[in-house]
Design a protein around this ligand. Sequence first.
Ligand SMILES: C[S@@+](CC[C@H](N)C(=O)[O-])C[C@H]1O[C@@H](n2cnc3c(N)ncnc32)[C@H](O)[C@@H]1O
Length: 195
Amino acid sequence: MFLQRPRIANWLHALHLGQPHSQTIDIELEALNRHAQGKKTALEIGTFQGVSAVHIVRGMDPQGVLYCIDPWPEDDGKPNPCWSITERHFKRSKIWGRVKILRDFSSKVQSQIPDQLDFAFIDGDHSWEGIETDWAIVAPKIKSGGILCLHDSVTPEPEPWRVLGSTRFYAEVISKDPSFEVVEIVYSLAVLRKK
Ligand SMILES: C[S@@+](CC[C@H](N)C(=O)[O-])C[C@H]1O[C@@H](n2cnc3c(N)ncnc32)[C@H](O)[C@@H]1O
Protein backbone atom coordinates (compact mmCIF):
# COMPACT_ATOMS: atom_id res chain seq x y z
CA MET A 1 0.00 0.00 0.00
CA PHE A 2 2.84 2.43 0.86
CA LEU A 3 4.02 2.01 -2.77
CA GLN A 4 0.92 4.00 -3.76
CA ARG A 5 1.93 6.99 -1.64
CA PRO A 6 2.66 9.65 -4.26
CA ARG A 7 6.15 10.68 -3.03
CA ILE A 8 7.38 7.09 -2.81
CA ALA A 9 5.69 6.26 -6.12
CA ASN A 10 7.51 9.23 -7.68
CA TRP A 11 10.95 8.07 -6.49
CA LEU A 12 10.29 4.55 -7.74
CA HIS A 13 9.05 5.87 -11.08
CA ALA A 14 12.12 8.09 -11.46
CA LEU A 15 14.29 4.99 -10.91
CA HIS A 16 12.25 2.92 -13.40
CA LEU A 17 11.14 0.72 -10.49
CA GLY A 18 7.43 1.59 -10.54
CA GLN A 19 4.62 2.43 -12.96
CA PRO A 20 2.18 5.38 -12.79
CA HIS A 21 -1.01 4.46 -10.95
CA SER A 22 -4.57 4.68 -12.27
CA GLN A 23 -8.01 3.87 -10.88
CA THR A 24 -9.15 3.30 -14.48
CA ILE A 25 -8.96 -0.41 -15.23
CA ASP A 26 -7.53 -2.04 -18.35
CA ILE A 27 -10.82 -2.63 -20.22
CA GLU A 28 -11.77 1.03 -19.60
CA LEU A 29 -8.34 2.24 -20.79
CA GLU A 30 -8.71 0.08 -23.91
CA ALA A 31 -12.16 1.63 -24.56
CA LEU A 32 -10.71 5.15 -24.21
CA ASN A 33 -8.00 4.30 -26.73
CA ARG A 34 -10.52 2.77 -29.14
CA HIS A 35 -12.95 5.70 -29.02
CA ALA A 36 -10.11 8.23 -29.38
CA GLN A 37 -9.01 6.66 -32.71
CA GLY A 38 -8.21 9.34 -35.26
CA LYS A 39 -9.51 12.21 -33.09
CA LYS A 40 -7.80 15.59 -33.45
CA THR A 41 -8.98 17.76 -30.55
CA ALA A 42 -9.51 16.05 -27.23
CA LEU A 43 -9.90 16.94 -23.57
CA GLU A 44 -9.28 15.14 -20.29
CA ILE A 45 -10.47 16.53 -16.95
CA GLY A 46 -8.57 14.75 -14.17
CA THR A 47 -5.18 13.49 -15.37
CA PHE A 48 -3.63 12.39 -12.00
CA GLN A 49 -0.48 10.45 -13.06
CA GLY A 50 -1.13 10.47 -16.81
CA VAL A 51 -2.13 6.84 -17.42
CA SER A 52 -5.46 7.46 -19.18
CA ALA A 53 -4.01 10.45 -21.07
CA VAL A 54 -1.31 8.27 -22.66
CA HIS A 55 -3.93 5.71 -23.76
CA ILE A 56 -6.05 8.48 -25.30
CA VAL A 57 -3.17 10.17 -27.14
CA ARG A 58 -1.96 6.82 -28.55
CA GLY A 59 -5.37 6.40 -30.22
CA MET A 60 -5.56 9.93 -31.62
CA ASP A 61 -4.53 11.27 -35.00
CA PRO A 62 -0.71 11.87 -34.97
CA GLN A 63 -1.40 15.62 -35.38
CA GLY A 64 -4.02 15.61 -32.59
CA VAL A 65 -3.76 17.50 -29.29
CA LEU A 66 -5.08 16.39 -25.88
CA TYR A 67 -5.84 19.15 -23.36
CA CYS A 68 -5.12 17.81 -19.85
CA ILE A 69 -6.71 19.59 -16.88
CA ASP A 70 -5.66 18.90 -13.28
CA PRO A 71 -4.59 21.34 -10.53
CA TRP A 72 -1.61 19.27 -9.27
CA PRO A 73 -1.16 21.71 -6.34
CA GLU A 74 2.29 22.23 -4.83
CA ASP A 75 2.64 21.13 -1.23
CA ASP A 76 4.53 23.72 0.87
CA GLY A 77 6.57 24.76 -2.16
CA LYS A 78 7.47 21.13 -2.99
CA PRO A 79 6.65 19.85 -6.49
CA ASN A 80 3.46 17.81 -6.67
CA PRO A 81 4.62 14.16 -7.03
CA CYS A 82 1.67 13.20 -9.27
CA TRP A 83 2.63 16.03 -11.61
CA SER A 84 6.29 14.85 -11.59
CA ILE A 85 5.16 11.32 -12.51
CA THR A 86 2.84 12.66 -15.24
CA GLU A 87 5.53 14.83 -16.82
CA ARG A 88 8.03 11.96 -16.82
CA HIS A 89 5.43 9.45 -18.07
CA PHE A 90 4.46 11.75 -20.98
CA LYS A 91 8.13 12.25 -21.93
CA ARG A 92 9.00 8.55 -21.68
CA SER A 93 5.87 7.70 -23.71
CA LYS A 94 6.95 10.28 -26.32
CA ILE A 95 3.66 12.18 -26.22
CA TRP A 96 4.98 15.38 -24.59
CA GLY A 97 4.51 17.42 -27.77
CA ARG A 98 0.92 16.21 -28.17
CA VAL A 99 -0.53 17.41 -24.85
CA LYS A 100 -1.47 20.88 -23.68
CA ILE A 101 -1.43 21.17 -19.90
CA LEU A 102 -3.97 23.37 -18.13
CA ARG A 103 -2.85 23.17 -14.52
CA ASP A 104 -5.89 24.26 -12.48
CA PHE A 105 -9.44 23.26 -11.64
CA SER A 106 -11.68 22.81 -14.69
CA SER A 107 -13.92 25.73 -13.68
CA LYS A 108 -10.88 28.05 -13.62
CA VAL A 109 -9.56 27.19 -17.09
CA GLN A 110 -12.79 26.57 -18.96
CA SER A 111 -12.22 29.57 -21.26
CA GLN A 112 -9.03 27.87 -22.54
CA ILE A 113 -10.85 24.69 -23.62
CA PRO A 114 -11.43 24.76 -27.39
CA ASP A 115 -14.92 24.48 -28.88
CA GLN A 116 -15.74 21.65 -31.26
CA LEU A 117 -14.02 18.90 -29.26
CA ASP A 118 -14.19 15.55 -30.96
CA PHE A 119 -13.38 13.58 -27.80
CA ALA A 120 -13.55 14.28 -24.04
CA PHE A 121 -12.93 12.17 -20.94
CA ILE A 122 -14.28 13.48 -17.62
CA ASP A 123 -12.60 11.92 -14.58
CA GLY A 124 -12.08 14.80 -12.12
CA ASP A 125 -14.27 15.64 -9.14
CA HIS A 126 -16.75 12.76 -8.68
CA SER A 127 -19.13 14.61 -6.36
CA TRP A 128 -22.59 15.59 -7.72
CA GLU A 129 -21.53 19.26 -7.80
CA GLY A 130 -18.19 18.37 -9.44
CA ILE A 131 -19.65 16.41 -12.34
CA GLU A 132 -22.51 18.90 -12.65
CA THR A 133 -19.90 21.64 -13.20
CA ASP A 134 -17.86 19.58 -15.67
CA TRP A 135 -20.95 18.46 -17.60
CA ALA A 136 -22.02 22.12 -17.96
CA ILE A 137 -18.53 23.05 -19.20
CA VAL A 138 -17.93 20.14 -21.56
CA ALA A 139 -21.29 19.06 -23.05
CA PRO A 140 -21.73 22.26 -25.15
CA LYS A 141 -18.12 21.99 -26.40
CA ILE A 142 -18.48 18.52 -27.94
CA LYS A 143 -19.13 18.69 -31.65
CA SER A 144 -21.90 16.74 -33.31
CA GLY A 145 -20.70 13.13 -33.68
CA GLY A 146 -18.06 13.69 -30.97
CA ILE A 147 -17.47 11.24 -28.12
CA LEU A 148 -17.85 11.93 -24.39
CA CYS A 149 -16.49 9.35 -21.90
CA LEU A 150 -17.38 9.60 -18.21
CA HIS A 151 -15.60 7.58 -15.54
CA ASP A 152 -17.38 6.30 -12.42
CA SER A 153 -20.76 6.96 -14.00
CA VAL A 154 -22.21 3.46 -13.73
CA THR A 155 -22.02 1.23 -10.65
CA PRO A 156 -20.27 -1.96 -11.80
CA GLU A 157 -22.07 -5.20 -10.92
CA PRO A 158 -19.11 -6.67 -8.98
CA GLU A 159 -18.86 -3.48 -6.84
CA PRO A 160 -22.45 -2.57 -5.80
CA TRP A 161 -21.14 -0.24 -3.09
CA ARG A 162 -19.49 2.03 -5.71
CA VAL A 163 -22.21 4.70 -5.67
CA LEU A 164 -20.92 8.25 -6.03
CA GLY A 165 -22.30 11.68 -6.82
CA SER A 166 -21.11 11.04 -10.38
CA THR A 167 -23.11 7.79 -10.69
CA ARG A 168 -26.25 9.50 -9.37
CA PHE A 169 -25.77 12.52 -11.65
CA TYR A 170 -25.29 10.20 -14.63
CA ALA A 171 -28.47 8.24 -13.85
CA GLU A 172 -30.62 11.25 -13.08
CA VAL A 173 -29.33 13.87 -15.56
CA ILE A 174 -26.80 12.82 -18.20
CA SER A 175 -28.41 9.54 -19.30
CA LYS A 176 -31.67 11.44 -19.90
CA ASP A 177 -30.16 14.17 -22.09
CA PRO A 178 -31.70 13.79 -25.58
CA SER A 179 -28.70 15.38 -27.32
CA PHE A 180 -26.45 12.39 -26.46
CA GLU A 181 -26.82 8.66 -27.16
CA VAL A 182 -25.10 5.84 -25.26
CA VAL A 183 -22.53 4.00 -27.37
CA GLU A 184 -21.44 1.51 -24.71
CA ILE A 185 -20.90 1.01 -21.00
CA VAL A 186 -17.53 -0.49 -20.06
CA TYR A 187 -17.46 -1.36 -16.35
CA SER A 188 -17.88 2.08 -14.67
CA LEU A 189 -17.22 4.03 -17.88
CA ALA A 190 -20.07 5.49 -19.94
CA VAL A 191 -19.28 6.27 -23.58
CA LEU A 192 -21.71 8.71 -25.25
CA ARG A 193 -21.96 10.23 -28.71
CA LYS A 194 -23.39 13.70 -29.34
CA LYS A 195 -26.20 13.60 -31.90
C1 LIG B 1 -9.37 9.62 -10.53
S1 LIG B 1 -8.09 10.75 -10.78
C2 LIG B 1 -7.87 10.72 -12.53
C3 LIG B 1 -7.28 9.43 -13.04
C4 LIG B 1 -6.86 9.45 -14.50
N1 LIG B 1 -7.90 9.98 -15.37
C5 LIG B 1 -6.52 8.06 -14.96
O1 LIG B 1 -7.45 7.33 -15.34
O2 LIG B 1 -5.35 7.68 -14.93
C6 LIG B 1 -8.90 12.28 -10.51
C7 LIG B 1 -8.02 13.52 -10.74
O3 LIG B 1 -8.91 14.62 -10.90
C8 LIG B 1 -8.30 15.76 -10.37
N2 LIG B 1 -9.39 16.74 -10.13
C9 LIG B 1 -10.28 16.76 -9.11
N3 LIG B 1 -11.15 17.79 -9.28
C10 LIG B 1 -10.78 18.41 -10.43
C11 LIG B 1 -11.28 19.53 -11.13
N4 LIG B 1 -12.35 20.23 -10.70
N5 LIG B 1 -10.66 19.90 -12.28
C12 LIG B 1 -9.61 19.19 -12.75
N6 LIG B 1 -9.10 18.12 -12.12
C13 LIG B 1 -9.67 17.74 -10.98
C14 LIG B 1 -7.57 15.27 -9.13
O4 LIG B 1 -6.52 16.15 -8.80
C15 LIG B 1 -7.08 13.89 -9.59
O5 LIG B 1 -5.76 13.95 -10.05
